[in-house]
Structure formats: structure tokens, C-alpha cells
Ligand binder design. Structure first.
Ligand code: UDX
Ligand code: UDX
Length: 460
């Protein structure tokens, strides 16, 4: 039996470890966190994150070979392999502020591992980290002088929220980076064996440490770049009467381009894309590559433009003012099937409309609590309403900001009757049947397609 510990019970630690545990019944898994409430929630009927299919897996393994605890030190002492998935947010102070990763939790965790270890261990970076962090961690961990040896591996997580269980059960690839020394290769093999319980060997890639660390940043940068590319084209489509969905379909049929991640939207959100690109930008600047840094930074700039453009288009289309107008925002999470609101474009649109003095009502099937927390400084100016019908009542406009399937199933005729006329729908996800909505009387503003309006002056 191997004792496997994960430090950090967030979206990454909390969704990956139960799945690994379910495939490795012979090993013992403990997940620790400094947050008592989170640890309690993982052991309750209401998991701290909404992730389809995860409840069942946690339920199957909890108390058998999976345990949650706040006793970090004791569990470090007992562990053979330690995964670290504490958060690494963008640094908001000092050198690299606004770009570099804030490694304070990571370094503190490394020192805590060192202080509480009485045996040699493998330490696995699961958090996304700047390239060469493993080297710093090795130096801290192996500075002990008591004969203990720590192997640091990089094993970035590629799962996407909302499909985490599926992604983890059937990964395209698992990436494990380690040192090219004998000890490093042995450590890699220990981790390969764990994944090989359910992942075909040919999908387990092993690389050097730096390639593995960098690949995570690059994968996210490439994915985000595709969204910014199609969003840039959506702006052009809106001016030229081309339809961005038709363009995406036409280019995506080219196997060299491929059809994934070409959905034009109000913008990408989530805890990873922006943070990882800014991290990449910082690294490029640090290594004296300003042109490369600027190239990638533009992906973030384009995303901010798309969010701002969406909100500005709402204002212009609604006769250049939304002050005092009730506007219902459908969706707060950064994508469907998650309660995560980190960097959600919905909240950016909300802030922009509040700055225009609109009366905002937010509805979301799972993310209201997080949205309410994120907007706490504006809480008195936002109404949170779980029922979309009530949210839309007496509103001038609805903005679809998250692609929840529920929103395709609403009775829009009933909704239209309850709204102030002319009634507007701004579909930031191209989710709804626009022609049908138009026939019901709505003025419809999709992304990357000409609007469908009833004899309104087009102000764009
Ligand atoms: C992850 C990764 O770790 C991050 O690098 C990646 O890019 C984004 O996703 P995530 O699991 O989503 O983070 O973050 P979060 O949900 O905030 O979870 C981190 C957990 O670590 C929190 O529960 C926090 O309480 C815990 N933590 C943090 C510790 O236990 N110890 C610390 O010192 C700091
Ligand atoms: C991402 C990566 O996909 C994953 O591999 C990595 O481990 C973590 O970061 P995640 O942020 O959970 O995952 O979700 P993802 O599905 O990538 O969506 C990110 C954002 O892009 C969402 O706001 C989503 O709505 C948006 N998006 C995605 C688009 O706007 N258009 C698309 O075509 C795809």
C-alpha cells in the first residue's frame, strides 16, 4: 500500500484525487486543506464544488481508501507521495504584480513538507506553476541535511470544469515530468504505475520537468488563443453580415484547424486561462523575449475587448442608456455545469452595466452563492433571483452569459409577455433559437451575427 496525500482540496485536488482513489483501491488517499469548512463540506451531502458525477465517486471511496482531513502535518509525515494542488493566483503586489504567479502558498507548503518529513518522498506539482519552479522546490526540500531525499515531479492537470469526471476517466494524455537522473526516473515510474491502473500506457507521456511545466501553460494559451481568434472574427462578422457560426464550421472542417474551441462567446473565463497566459507573458519578459510576450498578451487583451464590447453593445442597442432599467443576466458561472465564477465574463458584464447604472438581476442554477460573494462590494445594487422567469419579469433585456441547457428550455413567449417593450435578448453564447425569439417579438442580438430587430434604429 502506498500512502498518497493531496494538499489542497479545491477544484483540482478535490476532483482528481477521488477518481484516482476509485481506480487504486489498494492505496490510501488523504486530502488535506487549511480550510476546515471545505474539508467538512467534502464529507457532507453538499460537496463544496458542483461537478457532475463527482458526488457518486466521492461517496464510493470516502471512508474506504479516501479520507479528508485538516491535520496537514501528521498526514505529511505518513505520506509516500504528496500531490500539491494549492492555489497559485496571479501575484497582486511587488515584482511581477498582475502577471507573475504568486508562489507563497506553494513555498509555504514545501517548507511544511520538509519540516514534517521523517522519510524520503515524491512531491508532485499538480498546481500550475511557472517553468523551473520545480527546481526551486527541489532546493528547498533537499536543503534538510538529514539524509532525506525528495523527488519533485510535475504532473499538470488538463481536466476542464464541468466535464472533470469524464476528462479524468478518459484523459487524452497524462503528462509526467521529472529529472533525468536514476532517482528521477524511478519517481516517474511510481507515478506512471498509479495512472496505468486505468489510463493506457501510450497515453502517459513522460518528459523532463521543464517541458511538463511549460506544456500546461502552453496548452491553456493555445486553447484561449483559439477563442480570442474566433471572438476577434465575431466582431468583424457583426459588421459584415457574415455569420460566425458558419465561418467556424467552415474553417473547422479543415482537419488541420479542427472544430473544437471555436465557439464565439462573450469571452473566456475560469481560473486558468488568463492567469496562465499572464504567467507565460511574465516568463517571456523575464527571459528577454518582449515580442513573444506581446504576442501572447494580445490573447488576454482581445478577451477583455470582447467582454467590454458585449456590454457596450447592450447599452448602444438600448437607445444609449440602461440607467434605471432592469436587466436580467442569465448565468453567472464562467461556463455551464460548474458553480465556479472565477474570472467569469458574466461578472464583468455585470460590473460594466452597473457602471451604467442599470438595475441588475442575476440568475444561475448553481453559481449564485459564489457570484454573491464575488460581487459583495456591489451587493446592495444587485438582486439575486433563482427563478429565471421572475428575474426577467419587468426587465428591458435579458443577457445570456452562461450556456446552461436550462435556458434553452424556458417558455420565452411567457417571458416576453412579462417584460418591458421593446424587449431585448443579448445572447452572449449563441445558445438560443434566434429566429424563433425574433418571431415572438424580441429584438435579438447574437454574437458574430447581424441582430434581428423590429424596426428599431440600428445604433451600431
Ligand atoms: C488549481 C491549481 O492548484 C491552480 O494552480 C490552477 O491553475 C487552478 O486550479 P484550484 O484547485 O482550482 O486550483 O484552486 P482552489 O479551488 O482555490 O483550491 C486550492 C485549495 O488549496 C483551497 O481549498 C485552499 O484552502 C487550499 N490551500 C491553499 C491549502 O490547503 N494550503 C495553502 O497554503 C493554500
Ligand atoms: C481549461 C482547460 O480546458 C483545461 O484543460 C485546463 O486544465 C484548465 O483550464 P476550464 O477553464 O475548466 O479548463 O474550461 P474550458 O472548457 O477550457 O473553458 C474555458 C472558458 O472558455 C469558458 O469560459 C468557456 O465558456 C470558454 N469557451 C470555451 C468559449 O468561449 N468558446 C469555446 O469554444 C470554448
Amino acid at each position: 500500500m502506498t500512502n498518497i496525500l493531496c494538499i489542497g482540496a479545491g477544484y483540482v485536488g478535490g476532483s482528481t484525487m477521488p477518481i484516482i482513489a476509485s481506480h487504486c483501491p489498494q492505496h490510501r488517499f488523504v486530502i488535506v486543506d487549511i480550510n476546515d469548512a471545505r474539508i467538512a463540506a467534502w464529507q457532507s451531502d453538499q460537496l463544496p464544488i458542483y461537478e457532475p458525477g463527482l458526488d457518486e465517486i466521492v461517496h464510493q471511496t470516502l471512508g474506504k481508501n479516501l479520507f479528508f482531513s485538516t491535520e496537514i502535518n501528521r498526514n505529511i509525515a505518513e505520506a509516500d507521495i504528496i500531490f500539491v494542488s494549492v492555489n497559485t493566483p496571479t501575484k497582486m503586489f511587488g515584482q511581477g504584480a498582475g502577471r507573475a504567479a504568486d508562489l507563497q502558498y506553494w513555498e509555504k507548503t514545501a517548507r511544511q513538507i520538509l519540516e514534517n518529513s521523517t522519510s524520503s518522498k515524491i512531491v508532485v506539482e499538480k498546481s500550475t506553476l511557472p517553468v523551473r519552479t520545480a527546481e526551486a522546490m527541489e532546493r528547498i526540500l533537499n536543503s534538510n541535511g538529514n539524509g532525506l531525499h525528495f523527488d519533485v515531479l510535475s504532473n499538470p492537470e488538463f481536466l476542464a470544469e464541468g466535464t472533470a469526471v469524464h476528462d479524468m476517466q478518459n484523459p487524452n494524455r497524462v503528462l509526467i515530468g521529472g529529472r533525468e537522473t536514476e532517482a528521477g526516473q524511478k519517481a516517474i515510474e511510481s507515478l506512471v504505475e498509479i495512472y496505468a491502473h486505468w489510463v493506457p500506457r501510450e497515453r502517459i507521456l513522460t518528459t523532463n520537468l521543464w517541458s511538463s511545466e511549460l506544456s500546461k501553460l502552453v496548452a491553456n494559451a493555445f486553447l484561449a488563443q483559439r477563442i480570442s481568434s474566433i471572438n476577434a472574427i465575431s466582431a468583424l462578422c457583426e459588421r459584415t453580415e457574415a455569420d460566425v457560426n458558419e465561418v467556424a464550421n467552415a474553417i473547422g472542417r479543415d482537419a488541420r484547424i479542427g472544430s473544437h474551441f471555436l465557439r464565439a462567446s462573450v469571452g473566456f473565463g475560469g481560473s486558468c486561462f488568463k492567469k496562465d497566459i499572464l504567467n507565460l507573458v511574465y516568463l517571456c519578459e523575464h527571459y528577454g523575449l518582449p515580442e513573444v510576450a506581446q504576442y501572447w498578451e494580445q490573447v488576454v487583451t482581445m478577451n477583455e475587448y470582447q467582454e467590454t464590447r458585449f456590454a457596450a453593445n447592450m447599452v448602444t442597442s438600448m437607445f444609449n442608456t440602461v440607467a434605471g432599467k432592469r436587466i436580467a443576466l442569465f448565468g453567472a458561472s464562467f461556463k455551464a455545469n460548474t458553480n465556479d465564477t472565477r474570472e467569469s465574463p458574466a461578472l464583468e458584464v455585470c460590473r460594466a452595466l452597473l457602471a451604467e447604472q442599470a438595475d441588475i438581476v442575476i440568475t444561475d442554477p448553481h453559481a449564485m452563492e459564489n457570484a454573491c460573494y464575488d460581487l459583495k462590494e456591489l451587493a446592495t445594487r444587485v438582486v439575486f433571483e433563482p427563478d429565471p422567469y421572475i428575474a426577467a419579469r419587468s426587465a428591458h433585456a435579458i443577457a445570456i452569459l452562461t450556456e446552461w441547457r436550462q435556458y434553452t428550455e424556458l417558455d420565452y413567449e411567457k417571458i416576453h409577455h412579462s417584460m418591458v417593450k421593446p424587449a431585448f435578448i443579448f445572447d452572449g453564447r449563441n445558445l438560443l433559437d434566434h429566429k424563433r425569439l425574433y418571431k415572438l417579438g424580441f429584438n435579438v442580438y447574437p454574437i458574430g451575427k447581424p441582430p434581428l430587430t423590429h424596426s428599431l434604429i440600428n445604433h451600431s
